[in-house]
Design a protein around this ligand. Structure first.
Ligand code: FAD
Length: 255
């Protein structure tokens, strides 16, 4: 498969060492046939215009596009095979203005690109004495995570990462830029947050409401490691269930 004219970011075609280095899929099916995925072309867009060119080319050629940011989709849905394109956004939007925060009406918001990892988001929030609930693996990227709930240890007290999303910026299948909110397009907003990631357009940035450390003075986190056996694990899980089911248990405890 040939490269696409006009794209300024990297394009990797089969049969090159660079292609081999960049097709690596962190998580994929353990079933051998599905495990080995070889996109016809791997594109690492440099900017939004590259994304538009790739989508328009794919539409004209009637080929599919798999979108990857962190590659942590468990069954490899962020890669593809045959003559289809993989759009890899892990490096695309990682400039300082791809991660900013602002105050409005006494609330704090972060506008971030999809290309940062959870570790990078958390480092940014910590620097600014902010936090938000999210998943545990620091290498998961925001591109997929924002569309798949985002459950972590603060879930009981603060909900899911996805609960904090206010707006989603994307390039749709026609190559149009869109900002989607609950108010402008509730169907699409909730489809992106809880549907089938990668099927509604290419997300580039989004805005979340975050929490401030100063509003939770005296909060403490405790991490403990110890040997356990199935009996202890079951007891711990029972406590977790009891905490979830008991509406009178204080909301500000997580396990
Ligand atoms: C080791 C590991 C630990 C995990 N821990 C947790 C956890 O604690 N809590 C939790 O909630 N989840 C957890 N997950 C699940 C993880 O949050 C999801 O799989 C998430 O969607 C991965 O996002 P990604 O960008 O890294 O992966 P990708 O594979 O790149 O993307 C995941 C999906 O989103 C689509 N997608 C990616 N980027 C975009 C984009 N820019 N625009 C449109 N679609 C896009 C892809 O096509 C794919 O379908 C874990 C997964 C792994 C492998």
């Amino acid at each position: 498969m040939a490269t696409i004219a006009g794209i300024t970011g990297n394009q990797f075609i089969q049969g090159t060492q660079a292609y081999q280095n960049n097709k690596y899929q962190y998580a994929s099916s353990s079933y051998e046939i599905d495990h080995n995925m070889n996109p016809g072309l791997i594109i690492q867009p440099e900017n939004k215009n590259d994304i538009v060119l790739a989508l328009k080319y794919a539409k004209a050629q009637k080929i599919a596009v798999a979108i990857r940011t962190g590659g942590h989709q468990y069954s490899g849905a962020s890669s593809t095979s045959a003559s289809n394109i993989q759009l890899d956004l892990k490096k695309t939007f990682r400039q300082p203005d791809d991660q900013t925060h602002f105050e409005k009406d006494g609330r704090t918001f972060v506008r971030t690109s999809v290309s940062w990892s959870l570790g990078a988001l958390n480092a940014y929030l910590t620097r600014h004495k902010l936090f938000v609930p999210h998943g545990q693996c620091i290498d998961v990227r925001l591109g997929g995570h924002v569309q798949t709930g985002g459950y972590g240890q603060l879930g009981r007290s603060f909900g899911l990462f996805g609960d904090h999303v206010l707006s989603l910026e994307m390039v749709d299948h026609e190559g149009n830029f869109k900002e989607v909110t609950k108010a402008t397009d509730p169907e699409l907003f909730y489809a992106i947050l809880g549907g089938s990631p990668g099927n509604f357009g290419v997300l580039t940035h989004f805005t979340i409401e975050v929490h401030r450390d100063s509003d939770y003075k005296g909060s403490r986190g405790l991490k403990a490691l110890y040997w356990y056996d199935p009996k202890t694990l079951k007891r711990l899980l029972d406590i977790l269930v009891e905490m979830s089911d008991n509406e009178n248990f204080p909301r500000n405890y997580d396990l």
